[in-house]
Structure formats: structure tokens, C-alpha cells
Design a protein around this ligand. Structure first.
Ligand code: ZN
Length: 405
């Protein structure tokens, strides 16, 4: 191999969205090894800058590599039959009685081997990568027993070893009540706290711990017990909260210093104040809102006014968001929730990184990691404006070109 660690690459005349805003004039960008070495206005680019660089071309829009901070990419089975049944008029309850819904995914995930789950998840992650993702969070939550949850997390880790992408893992043991604990949700939470969290920590498989705080899942008090267990093991926490009702899970999670509260359609003023106080990120998931045909909008204007950073993610999963295209989420965040294109893009770069405990990443600035995308669009807003696969011209992951030439 040539000495790629010192290789310098130069892009000229690019419009740069730096993770928070679009820079006002055309820029020259130089990477060296795994880092961004220079970011200067074109009119200030001189001979010294260009010296020894390989020319990567001119024009286009450059963004940080996209950060998808909320996914459920590892799962067995599919739910297309259920999708059809619902369109033919079957109710959610009927589908559940036939063994459908999340528990059908749990069954298929438990039955699948680690190798099978890896083979199923790989093309899903490849789809995200082809649409610009360089950092992705992957949750467990379809195993719901210690061995199956660890199996899912091992698959997530292996995806990060086999593909050019940074994988951040989250233990979501408290996602749903497994059938063997029917009528004993406190007993299941005992298992999560006493066995699952310690086992995942000991194996080094979890970077964070998540819960589903909702009437159809776990109560605020049960979720708090999981957070206390996570804290005892030194793991950061986050929550699926206020998606279908306002239980106060977000405020409780914020009191525990949550990295993020996700969905939050029903979040109230007290919840927003708690998030601001804690520095938690609001993760907006328009894919689930769209798929479930929800009508309650997340409080975007109030979050914006409070200065709570908003991230945008795919929530890619087999049930409520079978949508594996991050740039579609930019579009949906704008069309459904009236985010500005800049806010949506910041939500999938800088703020997405913060939601994963990677504050300072998802940025284009000198010294930052060279995770970059160059797009064939007329402006950064163009990425949210149109839904059009194939616009990624080049992708760099840790300074290495993985797409384009
Ligand atoms: Zn989710």
C-alpha cells in the first residue's frame, strides 16, 4: 500500500455545508490522511495549499458524512404481509392475534443465526452507505432475552468491522415485553437491569442503553430503573418517548442526562425545558410518523425557540419505518414537520453526532475527521428538496475514498 496516511486530496469550488450552516462562498477543501487539513475560501487558495495534492475535481456540494443516529437495522423476517393485510382492512389487534407485529420480528430474530442476521442486515446498511451515511447507530431490541440481545449487538459490531462505516451500538432490551413474561413486565425489567445490561457491558457490546417509554411498552418508573442500571455500568442513556402519548418519559430521561429523546410527538413544555436544561438532543423521526399516518406533530417551533438541538434519523425498522434512505428523511422532515433544509441537514450531521455522544463530529472544519460526502446537487437545500437516489458523487470515510473517484 502507498503511504495513504499522508496523502493530500484537494477539492475546488465546492459549496460547503459544514454541519451547522452553509458557508457563504465557494471553498477549497484539503484532506490529509484521516483529517481535514484545510478549509479556505477559493479566493484565498494559493500555491502552498495546492502543493502535493491529488486533484479531486471541482464543484458540487460537500457535507459531512451523514449520521443516522437511530436505526433498528438488525432483524429477522419481514412484515410485507402485514402491510398488505392492513391495507385490506385488518386492524392492528387482528394482526397481533395472528402473531404479527413486533413479536413476529422477535420470533424471526431469535430463530436466525448470527450469520443469517449479518447477511440480512448488510444490504440494509449498504443502502444507507450508498446514500451518504458514515456513522450509524444500531439498536438491539428484537431479541428480548440475554443471548438474543447480545447476538444482535455482535452483528451490529461486525457490520462496523466489515463495512466502511462507524457503528455505534445501543442495547434496547426494554423495547417490548417478550411473550414468556406476559403479565409480568416488572419481572422482565428485572432481567434487563440485573442480567442484560451487565452482560452487554461486560462483553463491550453496548455504547448506550435505550428504552421504549409508552403505554404499550414500559412505564416511566420501569424505564428509570433501566437508566439507573445503565448508570451503574457507566453507559449513557436515551429514550423512545412521547411518541403516542405524553407520559413524561422525556423529562425523566433528561433528569438522567439522556443523550437524546426520540420521536417526542407529544412532548410538552415541561419536557422541552428539561431537555434544554440537560443538553439532550431531540431526535425527529419522520419515517415512523409517515408510515403510521400519525397526525400529532412534534413541537418543532417550541424546540427551535428553546434552542434544543434537533437530529433527524431514519428509524429504519421492519414495522413502523421500513425506509432505508437517509436523504428521504431530510425531505420528510421538511415537508411533514417544516424543518428548514439547513435544520434537517444539521440534524443528520452535527446534531446527529451529538445525539450519539460524539459532539464535535459531523462537522467540516480544519482538524475534523475526514468523513465527507460530495453531492451532485445545486445547493445543500437540493438534498432535501428532491428524492433522487444516485446523487452521491464521492464519499470519504476516515480519509479513504469509498465511493466515486
Ligand atoms: Zn426506534
Amino acid at each position: 500500500m502507498p503511504n495513504s496516511t499522508s496523502k493530500r486530496r484537494l477539492w475546488r469550488d465546492v459549496r460547503v455545508f459544514d454541519g451547522l450552516r452553509t458557508l457563504p462562498e465557494p471553498m477549497a477543501v484539503v484532506t490529509e490522511g484521516t483529517r481535514i487539513a484545510s478549509l479556505v475560501a477559493m479566493r484565498d487558495a494559493d500555491e502552498n495549499l495546492v502543493e502535493g495534492c491529488s486533484d479531486m475535481g471541482r464543484g458540487g456540494v460537500m457535507t459531512p458524512g451523514l449520521v443516522d443516529c437511530h436505526t433498528h437495522l438488525v432483524f429477522g423476517g419481514g412484515r410485507a404481509d402485514e402491510f398488505e393485510a392492513r391495507l385490506e382492512g385488518a386492524s392492528y389487534e387482528e394482526i397481533a392475534r395472528r402473531g404479527g407485529g413486533i413479536l413476529s420480528t422477535v420470533r424471526a430474530t431469535r430463530e436466525a443465526s448470527e450469520e443469517e442476521l449479518l447477511a440480512l442486515a448488510r444490504p440494509r446498511l449498504e443502502a444507507l452507505i450508498a446514500d451518504g451515511v458514515t456513522t450509524v447507530e444500531i439498536k438491539s431490541g428484537y431479541g428480548l432475552d440475554v443471548a438474543s440481545e447480545l447476538k444482535m449487538l455482535r452483528v451490529a459490531r461486525r457490520l462496523g468491522e466489515e463495512l466502511p462505516v462507524r457503528v455505534v451500538t445501543t442495547l434496547l432490551g426494554a423495547h417490548a415485553l417478550p411473550p414468556e413474561f406476559k403479565g409480568d413486565s416488572d419481572g422482565y425489567i428485572d432481567l434487563v437491569c440485573r442480567e442484560m445490561v451487565p452482560a452487554a457491558t461486560q462483553a463491550g457490546l453496548a455504547d448506550a442503553v435505550d428504552v421504549f417509554c409508552e403505554k404499550i411498552a414500559f412505564s416511566v418508573a420501569q424505564c428509570e430503573r433501566v437508566f439507573v442500571a445503565a448508570e451503574a455500568h457507566g453507559l449513557p442513556i436515551k429514550a423512545h418517548a412521547e411518541q403516542l402519548s405524553n407520559l413524561g418519559g422525556t423529562a425523566m430521561a433528561a433528569r438522567h442526562g439522556a443523550l437524546s429523546a426520540d420521536h417526542i410527538e407529544y412532548l410538552d413544555a415541561a419536557g422541552i425545558a428539561a431537555m434544554r436544561e440537560a443538553g439532550s438532543v431531540a431526535v425527529i423521526l419522520p419515517g415512523a410518523f409517515h408510515t403510521l399516518r400519525e397526525t400529532q406533530q412534534p413541537p418543532i417551533a417550541a424546540l427551535r425557540k428553546a434552542g434544543v438541538p434537533m437530529a433527524v434519523a431514519t428509524d429504519a425498522n421492519p414495522g413502523s419505518s421500513p425506509l432505508f434512505m437517509p436523504t428521504l428523511m431530510l425531505n420528510l422532515a421538511c415537508t411533514l414537520f417544516r424543518l428548514t433544509p439547513q435544520e434537517a441537514l444539521a440534524g443528520m450531521t452535527a446534531h446527529g453526532a451529538t445525539a450519539l455522544g460524539l459532539a464535535g463530529q459531523g462537522r467540516i472544519r480544519e482538524g475534523a475527521e475526514a468523513d465527507l460526502c460530495l453531492w451532485n446537487v445545486e445547493s445543500p437545500a437540493g438534498l432535501a428538496y428532491a428524492v433522487q437516489p444516485g446523487r452521491l458523487r464521492q464519499r470519504l470515510f476516515q480519509g479513504e475514498l469509498t465511493h466515486g473517484n
